[in-house]
Design a protein around this ligand. Sequence first.
Ligand SMILES: *[C@@H]1O[C@H](CO)[C@@H](O)[C@H](O)[C@H]1NC(C)=O
Ligand SMILES: *[C@@H]1O[C@H](CO)[C@@H](O)[C@H](O)[C@H]1NC(C)=O
Ligand SMILES: *[C@H]1O[C@H](CO)[C@@H](O)[C@H](O)[C@H]1NC(C)=O
Length: 414
Amino acid sequence: MKASLSTLALLLQSAAAQLAFPGADGLGKNAVGGRYGEVYKVTNLDDSGTGSLRDAVSQSNRIVVFDVGGVINISSRIVVKSKIYIAGQTAPGGGITIYGDGWSWSDADDSIARYIRVRMGTGGTSGKDAITVASGNRLIFDHLSVSWGRDETFSISGDASNVTIQNTIIAQGLETHSCGGLMETDGGISLFRNLYIDNKTRNPKVKGVNDFQNNVIYNWGGGGGYIAGDSSGQSYANIINNYFISGPSTSVTAFTRGNANFHAYVKNNFYDSDRDGVLDGSALCETSTCYSSIDFQSTQYNYPGPTTLYTPQQALEVVLTGAGASRSRDSVDTQLITEVRSYGTKGALISDEDSVGGPGTIASGTAPTDSDGDGIPDAWETANGLNPNDKSDGMKIASNGYSNLENYVNSLVS
Ligand SMILES: *[C@@H]1O[C@H](CO)[C@@H](O)[C@H](O)[C@H]1NC(C)=O
Ligand SMILES: *[C@@H]1O[C@H](CO)[C@@H](O)[C@H](O)[C@H]1NC(C)=O
Ligand SMILES: *[C@H]1O[C@H](CO)[C@@H](O)[C@H](O)[C@H]1NC(C)=O
């Protein structure tokens, strides 16, 4: 009896510790996604209706895979339900861009989104963000490319907790607001290995519980780079091994604001401010001269940090090589990375996405044959001991704790 109870306890413990996917980091790393649900195949680029992405995310407990690549034009906001895993890496061709309006992940508890582009643009709803999370627990965003927000570009605030944004590009918030986004919640946000680029301000603006490590911030404008939230509540932040690089629009230093309520452990952040086309930053001092008037802590906050902590220089290379929907980078991201690699000479704030060529053309590609429709191609099923004519094996849980379908989609980007 005793033995079986402790076995049960161990099983429960390991189920709780299952990562959202291999490589998931930070406070949102245990999001469950659609593991115990069903597969949904996106088979067209329509704004709505059967086989559309909007329909796919309208019900909980789904792993969403794609039979098409291309641009999905949306005329209103997409609202994502809980326990969804959007596996953008399955899209053939050049992957998936969603263009025309923004997304809400509010209350999308336990959701996972990977390898998609969310490009809002001037056609989006005025006063809204490209991505908003206003509530919800355990969400993880990995390798997204998010741009052209009309209010903020990617914002998390309110009653949201245990969120990770990793390996993601947050770019070109549209003028006149031109914002990276607010990261303001007491429930905790991890920001690891992201690129903030070409936003006038809020790259990001932080308040509450926040872990900011190994990010790259390029060409912020006069509003500020990292803004230490300046209001009433208490903030507890780590700011570690990030790289700040001034661009043509930059006119203020990397850190602004902050007061005695903003408690931060600050370590080894680099800043290249001279815009000379060469990467030659140096470590920022760790006093208020470099960080405004925050309340410095001598001990790091004990949040679940990145599995691998890079130096700022290494982080820059990791971000430039891999951030965003990098399985197939589109013209927008390619241009953004070129701007960073100019180390100060290229980059601009924009008010209209047409000035940078819009979302571009994305190849549709051809999905591999999947005879039983379980989301796993026949060839992968055969190679991995599954039956290409048995739909039920896709959602069976394998010995490593993931469903067979998750093992397939995760293998595409391991
Ligand atoms: C989406 O909108 C863009 C820009 O308006 C347009 O060029 C493109 O053809 C549209 N794509 C689809 C699939 O309707
Ligand atoms: C965040 O996750 C931790 C660890 O799983 C949990 O204890 C906490 O309750 C979560 N926060 C909220 C607000 O649900
Ligand atoms: C970012 O904001 C700055 C300041 O407003 C602006 O000059 C710049 O054009 C913006 N960048 C983009 C890409 O919108």
